[in-house]
Write a protein that binds this ligand. Sequence first.
Ligand SMILES: [Zn+2]
Length: 213
Amino acid sequence: MDAVVTVAVQLANALTPGEAHGRPYFPPGGADLAAAATAALRAGRRDTREITADEAESLLAVAASVRAVFDAVAAGRTDDAAALVNQMLADTGARPRLDRHDGEPWHLHFHSAEDTLVTGWAAGCATGLAVVLGSDLGGRLGVCTAPRCDRVYVDTSRNATRRFCSTACQNRVKAAAFRAAHQADALTAEPAHTAHPAQPAHQAQPKKSSASA
Ligand SMILES: [Zn+2]
C-alpha cells in the first residue's frame, strides 16, 4: 500500500502544474515528461519499465485526479475527496487481486492482469488513496503550506504535525520567520534608541526628511 500512495504523491508533484518550493512549476514536456513519469512510478516500484510518451500523457490525467483529492482533503472538503476517489475507483475498475509472476511470491495487485500499465497504476493510486481516506489517517493527505508551493505529501509523522512538502520548504519558512523576527526586533529597538534624551537623533529627523523629499 505504501508503494501506491508514494506513486500517487510523486505523480501529483511531478505532473501537475502549480508552484513548487517558491517557484512556478510546469510538468516537463516531450521526452522529459516520459522520464519524469517513469521516475514517479519507480519511486513505488523500482523495476517499472520506461514509460512511453503516450503513457506519460495519460498519466497527466491520473496526476490531476490525484491532486484534486489532496486539494479537497487539505481544504476540509472530505466528502468531495471521497466522491473523487470513488470515481477513480470506478473509472479504473480497481479491484484487489493476488498475483504471482516473474518468479515473485504472491502479491496484491489492484487491477486485472489485462489492464494497461497506466490503468494499473491509476487503479493502484485510487486504491491507496481510498485506504488512507477510509482510515483514521484520512486527514494526513496534505498540500504544502509554505508560500508559493502547492506540492502534496502524506503526513507519516507520529503526531500528524507535518505542514510542508519537503525540508526545502520547511527551511524556507523558517528562514522567513527568522528574518521577520529580526526585522521586528530592529523596529522595536529604534524608538527606544531615538527616545533617549542623550541622543540627538530626533534633531536630525527634519533634515533627513527634507533631504529625502
Ligand atoms: Zn512545498
